[in-house]
Write a protein that binds this ligand. Structure first.
Ligand SMILES: [Zn+2]
Ligand SMILES: [Zn+2]
Length: 350
């Protein structure tokens, strides 16, 4: 049985399956691509044929336009399989954002699973991660340091609700990534009983509308009203979602004494929150934390784990202590959207 290293390799465009002649999450336009999810570091424009879940294809069309989301788009439901040149391709939920999927590849009796980005915590806006036993597990490592342990999400939402109760005269503006984090936070607030309209920065409207179209109910959402010259600030006591750092732009002047919040796994690092002027850091991540990464690598029972991007050193070391061979792929171009941005390793946790 051929080891996956003989049929899956890193090219300039990213991970490539030789017998199947396709890339997975290529970082540049290629003839055939399998895409794990819609974040822009995984889903690039202008491929020839694109295979992905229907939700990921819809997200790609919404973000890059119909004409750039792949000349030929093939939707595949999770669990379904196709063969290409003798390579079995199956998509399995990754629990990261709506439509996110792991790519399960079978070739002559050996199996590789490419996770894409993933998390193990429940998320009301997408299907949960399903572990699949394999010979090689290809994982991300965004938060692969023991200091990164995400607290229960309910605890973070409770912090926000408490602040809203304590400061009814202030708007709470929360920096969120437009795909995934935004909709998850809305859904979490709804679950926690927040029924008021949630106000959105214009940059977040389209994907929220798409989530609703795809069956994820988000409750009443309103655009942040335009401010007229000289008008008093508004939205005291309300929840306002905006792209990260929007609070530093003139846009934010219309908000009443904003409490600046951010929802990200990086908020574990107190200095990072401070440097960004975040008054209320919320540790809410769509990526696996240290424990989830190790638990997942154990569950899939792979004797070998390849790490695409992130903090590979610590993870590979920890795996070696568990008799799992680790390999850093150093894929460039990944980790540019959502929480993948590089953080200084030396900073202490909060
Ligand atoms: Zn992602
Ligand atoms: Zn990513």
């Amino acid at each position: 049985m051929p080891h996956p290293a003989t049929w899956l390799r890193v090219t300039e465009a990213g991970l490539y399956c030789d017998p199947g002649d396709f890339h997975i999450d290529p970082t540049r336009a290629v003839p055939r691509a399998v895409i794990t999810h819609g974040h822009s570091d995984h889903a690039r424009p202008d491929h020839g044929a694109v295979l992905a879940t229907a939700e990921t294809l819809a997200i790609m069309r919404a973000r890059m336009g119909d004409d750039r989301a792949g000349a030929a788009q093939q939707a595949m439901a999770p669990g379904e399989g196709v063969m290409r040149n003798g390579v079995g391709i199956r998509l399995v939920p990754a629990g990261h954002v709506l439509g996110s999927a792991q790519v399960v590849l079978d070739w002559q009796g050996s199996r590789a699973v490419i996770s894409g980005d993933y998390k193990r915590r429940p998320d009301p806006t997408c299907a949960p991660f399903e572990p699949v036993a394999c010979d090689v597990f290809v994982t991300e490592a965004t938060f692969a340091l023991p200091v990164f342990r995400h607290p229960p999400v309910e605890q973070e939402v409770a912090k926000l609700l408490e602040s809203l109760r304590l400061f009814p005269d202030r708007a709470h503006v929360i920096g969120v990534y437009s795909l995934g984090k935004c909709q998850r936070l809305i859904a979490l607030l709804r679950r926690a009983g927040w029924e008021r309209p949630i106000y959105l920065h214009g940059a977040l409207m389209a994907l929220c509308a798409l989530y609703e179209e795809l069956g994820v109910a988000l409750g009443p959402l309103l655009p942040v009203p335009l401010s007229k010259r000289g008008a008093p600030p508004t939205l005291a006591g309300e929840v306002v979602l905006a792209p990260p750092s929007a609070e530093t732009t003139p846009w934010a002047r219309r908000l009443a004494e904003p409490v600046v919040c951010a929802a990200s796994g990086w908020m574990r690092v107190r200095q990072r929150a401070k440097a960004r002027g975040i008054e209320l850091p919320l540790i809410i991540s769509d990526h696996a934390d240290w424990d989830e990464l190790l638990a997942t690598c154990a569950e899939v029972e792979a004797p070998e784990v390849w790490v695409t991007h992130g903090r590979e050193d610590a993870l590979i070391h920890a795996l070696s202590l568990r008799d799992v061979r680790g390999r850093a792929l150093h894929l460039v171009g990944l980790g540019e959207e959502d929480e993948g941005e590089a953080a200084p390793v030396e900073t202490a946790p909060a």
